[in-house]
Design a protein around this ligand. Structure first.
Ligand SMILES: Nc1ncnc2c1ncn2[C@@H]1O[C@H](COP(=O)(O)OP(=O)(O)O)[C@@H](O)[C@H]1O
Ligand SMILES: [Mg+2]
Length: 422
């Protein structure tokens, strides 16, 4: 069974070079064409299971919003068939479903009734909607006086309070403030737990990895990858880096600090684990190790320990401005933190073919939640703002953080609590 299915769906937009061309076309009763055609979606096939949360990612203009508007029934496909099971609530780009001349309150009732709610039900939910939107007196003002942020708040408040079976969310959370974003994510998580089907467009790739069961990558209107979110996000980043690389001729940076040279650092030449690897191959990660203060190899760490992450890269070609770094992730692939030599204000010297360069990152283990963590090392060329990935090795080193203290959430805050009774 599928909640949403698209079979060979394509969407064509007419493109008029000037507005008067549209008029010309109408005057000829469309017997002559004055427009070009643009296919925003090309032969898209998707089958989305009920209760799943599916992320849609892709560059600007890749067709994400068009896809959601088709599923919402706001647009019709030029070719193909779409079917959606159950009540749909859509949070699309501005404008969806509100009448600007009516007040917020009136729009809530109209909108909710379009989505199949009875007046009595809306009455019952109204205070919740009002709380969620938190737009105060504006509830009784015409919607046309709203800021785009207020508009989105109200639209969201209605959409998630009408008990939709299918929720469509298009990059709208970026509009609200932080408190509102949290409120929305919390609510989306609740709907997810309640078994609703969610289509989620976002540029926040971490959120996509965290929230989605599956992810679809759109590129120029076609689905080019679909599957496990983490893998699809990696694919997207690969394509993105590759395009950036072609687009820019990189210049080096001028960092003020040269790194400290430590003659006791030795080359490491094992990569214990490898999930995925990508890069332009100008340099390769040669090895990674995590050591304690006495240079003993570690697989288990404790909060507060001093550890050294040692990474060796081998260069195949001249790299004028090398950068070496790593990303630390938890067992859900959520990025905990990342750093690199450039970020640590260390300027590495140019590397020549067959050079080995080894960097030590010495640090204190933060009071994170016990469990397993992975380190993904990378070598790049450029600076922190603009760089090409030469080699990236996913999850090369796995560490277990031992259970030494109770941690709620991701890590323990550095808190000093005090109190008074009055
Ligand atoms: N109404 C329209 N008329 C003509 N072209 C459009 C229209 N809406 C979107 N497009 C074009 O279709 C492509 C996909 O747009 P969209 O679905 O908004 O992409 P995304 O949401 O991924 O950024 C873009 O190139 C955009 O310019
Ligand atoms: Mg869009």
């Amino acid at each position: 069974m599928t909640a949403i299915s698209l079979e060979h769906v394509s969407k064509k937009y007419p493109i008029y070079r000037k507005p008067s061309d549209k008029l010309l076309e109408l005057l000829t009763l469309k017997t002559r064409s004055f427009h070009d055609e643009f296919w925003a979606l090309k032969d898209v096939n998707l089958h989305i299971e009920p209760g799943s949360t599916v992320g849609i990612i892709g560059a600007n203009g890749s067709g994400k919003s068009t896809l959601l508007q088709l599923v919402a029934g706001i647009l019709r496909p030029t070719l193909g068939v779409i079917s959606v099971q159950g009540k749909v609530a859509a949070l699309l780009e501005l404008g969806a479903g509100f009448n600007p001349n009516f007040t917020g309150r009136e729009n809530v009732y109209m909108n909710a009734s379009i989505m199949g709610m009875q007046k009595a039900e809306v009455d019952e939910r109204f205070s919740e909607i009002e709380w969620f939107a938190s737009i105060g007196e504006f509830m009784d003002q015409p919607v046309k006086t709203y800021s785009s942020g207020m508009f989105m708040r109200l639209a969201f408040a209605v959409a998630i309070n009408v008990d939709p079976e299918v929720l469509l969310v298009d990059e709208v959370l970026a509009v609200g403030d932080i408190v509102f974003q949290h409120r929305c994510m919390h609510r989306i998580t609740q709907l997810r737990r309640a078994g609703k089907t969610i289509l989620f467009v976002s540029h926040d790739l971490q959120a996509v990895i965290r929230f989605c069961d599956r992810t679809v990558l759109l590129d120029h209107g076609s689905v080019i990858e679909e599957g496990e979110p983490y893998a699809v996000v990696q694919k997207y980043l690969e394509i993105f880096f590759e395009r950036e690389r072609r687009r820019k001729h990189l210049t080096g940076d001028d960092l003020p600090y040269i790194g400290r040279i430590d003659p006791s650092i030795t080359v490491v030449n094992t990569i214990p684990h490898m999930d995925r690897r990508f890069g332009n191959g100008k340099a390769r990660i040669h090895g990674i190790l995590v050591l304690d203060g006495q240079h003993r190899v570690l697989n288990q760490i404790r909060a507060d320990d001093t550890v050294i992450v040692r990474i060796t890269a081998r260069f195949e070609e001249l790299v004028e401005h090398p950068i070496i770094g790593f990303t630390l992730r938890d067992h859900l692939h959520v990025e905990i933190s990342s750093t690199n030599t450039s970020y640590e204000k260390m300027k590495l010297p140019p590397a020549h073919p067959a050079d080995f360069m080894t960097v030590d990152f010495r640090m204190r283990v933060p009071p994170m939640r016990p469990g397993s963590y992975s380190i993904s090392p990378a070598v790049a060329s450029g600076n922190i703002w603009e760089h090409d990935i030469c080699d990236w090795v996913d999850n090369a080193y796995i560490l277990t953080l031992l259970d030494t203290e109770l941690v709620y959430g991701m890590w323990k805050l550095d808190v000093e609590a005090s109190y008074r009774v009055t």
